[in-house]
Design a protein around this ligand. Structure first.
Ligand code: 1GP
Length: 248
């Protein structure tokens, strides 16, 4: 079974999943090892690896460390075309469908397609929707796109529906890493009700209550990064909050 087939099956069965986002620039090797061990012990489901801007050339090393310690699938979450590592298991082939920057919608994809075609990575196309979250996030600045206003449910719903109709395999509803506010719960609910593909959400989730509210609203995968960078002991609680009674 491919990673995507698994995600799809879990989504259809209502099983909720936790992904840890690791930004290779913000974590030392020792941090990554510690996080990986805690992730294994807590039953974390996926690692997402990437960032809006990576400057330290640590991506391969980060993926290798995660793979050495655990069997948890490592999925690249690239901020740009340079963030490729053939040592990962899969890549989210993100099209930034909330924006109107042609480079982020299709341009970068054209450049990376021949490399990806030759790579062993599983390619998972994903409609990436940035939602306004109280401050300018790195992804907003780096992608040069306007986020969807957090009270514009109709825009969010129609964008997600269009992404699904275009054949994208998942929707990622994103407030941006380190966001002040998470994606509104009502937006997660309404987007989920209007699509039939798995829904990922993340950005600004700092405690188990927020993670639990996101899955209850319909998110299939919750992504947390920043909160674990300062307190990796939160991983177990966050995993329990996401899995609830649906796992094990
Ligand atoms: C970013 O949604 C992820 O794409 C994680 O965000 O770092 O705020 O947890 P945080």
């Amino acid at each position: 079974m491919t990673i995507y087939q698994n995600i799809l099956a879990q989504s259809e069965q209502g099983q909720k999943r936790l992904a840890i986002l690791i930004d290779p620039d913000k974590s030392t090797n020792a941090d990554i090892e510690k996080t990986a061990i805690q992730a294994v012990n807590s039953g974390v489901d996926y690692f997402f690896v990437g960032g809006s801007l990576l400057v330290n050339n640590e991506l391969d090393n980060c993926v290798r460390t995660l793979k050495n310690i655990s069997n948890i699938p490592v999925i690249l979450f690239p901020g740009d075309t340079m963030q490729l590592s053939s040592e990962a298991d899969a890549i989210l082939f993100l099209s930034l469908i909330s924006g109107r920057n042609a480079e982020m919608l299709i341009g970068r994809h054209v450049v990376s397609a021949p490399y990806l075609k030759r790579s062993p990575l599983e390619i998972i196309s994903c409609g990436y929707m940035l939602v306004e979250s109280g401050k300018t996030t790195s992804v907003q600045y780096m992608s040069n796109t306007l986020p969807i206003p957090s009270d514009k449910m109709d825009i969010a719903i129609c964008t997600a529906m269009a992404g699904e109709m275009l054949g994208l395999k998942m929707i990622y509803l994103e407030a941006g890493s380190g966001a002040k506010s998470t994606v509104p719960i009502s937006m997660i609910e309404q987007v989920k009700q209007n699509i039939n593909i798995p829904l990922i959400t993340g950005g600004g989730i700092r405690n188990p209550q927020q993670a639990n509210a996101a899955v209850k609203a319909g998110a299939d995968i919750v992504v947390v990064g920043t909160a674990f960078e300062t307190n990796s002991n939160l991983i177990a609680e966050m995993a329990d909050a996401v899995h609830g009674l649906t796992k094990k």
